[in-house]
Design a protein around this ligand. Structure first.
Ligand SMILES: NC(=O)c1ccc[n+]([C@@H]2O[C@H](COP(=O)([O-])OP(=O)(O)OC[C@H]3O[C@@H](n4cnc5c(N)ncnc54)[C@H](OP(=O)(O)O)[C@@H]3O)[C@@H](O)[C@H]2O)c1
Length: 332
């Protein structure tokens, strides 16, 4: 048996990816094979195929770090799932294919009332946002949360999760239109930072001069250098990523005078180190999804062979919410 895989045969851009036929794997002890129906794409996939991410696999490999689908085979000793179970999971890469071979302890059963499409759209983005806001920032109801890149995958998830946690959410993006789209995820106020240096003034204005208790920043660069100056007394500045390409330089005088913290967030490492805590986070997120409380947005669902086009859209910052690939497995 064989299936299709999107393959990065040499490091480069999305256009360098190829579609190939690959043998369907057989599970070894402790492993399962999942017939994938949906793959969630993330900005970091564009960095991994370019060889500029901290995760640097040797080609050939498949991009894609989250999937949902149905278990089709289990290896010796696997009791946590069985063929027919609907599951979702995340790996560093390797998911953009019709079937994945993964460790059984890395898959999570998807509750019946959550679709594969939802699961693949929310797993990485919402888990990252939840871990950042709950475990890293300790966000409390009634606090003000400013989200940068709020129209993107993790940004829009942070708006949604912040709102569900009872924060007052102010959402920023590069254009007023992209910022406005964050209202769909529950943003109370929006601002745009077409001029990167304007982020500080906008956040200050929307907070009556006090600044935001928590800033969620997946953008980095000049926007970050401005926004970090708009953290409130005792605030937390969450370093999520650098989608703009620039690693910001921040003077340590800023956290000092604000009694504030600059807090790093590395969700993948958190999952590796504390799987049980990650599973608890995911359960609450799936509960919200099942109760119809999530306001996630799927930008588009493209067939697997359109993977290069999809990753180009992500690389160019044109996606709102999540972009998915539809693969060959049955969709639950
Ligand atoms: N720390 C962690 O554990 C963790 C986990 C997941 C993701 N991340 C990181 O979070 C960042 C966002 O990931 P994502 O999947 O949400 O990406 P995304 O959907 O593409 O969103 C990124 C946002 O960044 C902004 N942006 C500014 N300049 C950009 C540029 N030159 N190219 C692309 N986007 C640009 C865009 O919004 P505007 O143009 O409106 O500003 C866009 O909405 C990435 O750096 C990713 O590596 C970190």
């Amino acid at each position: 048996m064989s299936g299709r895989a999107l393959v990065c045969a040499r490091l480069g851009g999305p256009e360098d990816l190829e579609l190939a036929d690959v043998a369907t794997p057989s599970p070894g002890p402790g492993e399962v094979v999942v017939a994938v129906s949906h793959v969630g794409l993330n900005f970091h996939d564009t960095l991994i195929i370019a060889g500029t991410h901290v995760v640097r696999p040797e080609p050939p490999f498949s991009p894609g770090s989250e999937y949902a689908g149905t278990v089709v085979a289990v290896g010796a000793g696997v009791t946590s799932v069985r063929p027919g179970d609907r599951v979702a999971g995340n790996e560093e890469y390797g998911c953009a294919r019709d079937a994945v071979l993964v460790r059984a302890d890395r898959v999570t059963k998807v509750p019946g009332h959550v679709t594969d499409r939802q699961a693949a759209a929310i797993l990485v983005a919402y888990s990252t946002a939840y871990h950042a806001l709950v475990q890293r920032a300790g966000l409390r109801a009634g606090e003000t949360l400013a989200v940068l890149g709020a129209a993107g995958g993790v940004g829009s998830a942070a708006v949604d999760v912040g709102n569900l946690l009872g924060a007052r959410v102010i959402a920023g993006a590069s254009t007023p239109e992209r910022a406005e789209s964050a209202r769909l995820h529950g943003a109370h106020e929006t601002f745009s930072y077409g001029d990167a240096g304007s982020a500080k003034a906008a956040i200050k204005e929307l907070t009556g001069g006090a600044g935001a208790d928590v800033v969620f920043d997946p953008v980095g660069g000049a926007v970050a250098e401005s926004a970090v100056r708009a953290v409130a007394w005792g605030g937390r500045y969450l370093v999520i990523g650098f989608a703009s390409g620039g690693i910001p330089r921040v003077g340590l005088n800023i956290p000092l005078v604000k009694g504030a913290s600059v807090v790093g967030v590395f969700w993948g490492e958190f999952v590796r180190r504390d799987r049980a805590a990650h599973e608890r986070n995911l359960r609450e997120i799936f509960d919200w999804a099942a109760a119809g409380r999530l306001r996630h947005h799927v930008h588009d669902v493209l067939p697997l062979d359109q993977g290069p086009r999809a990753l180009r859209e992500l690389a160019d910052g044109r996606v709102r919410g999540k972009l998915l690939l539809r693969t060959g497995g049955p969709a639950g």
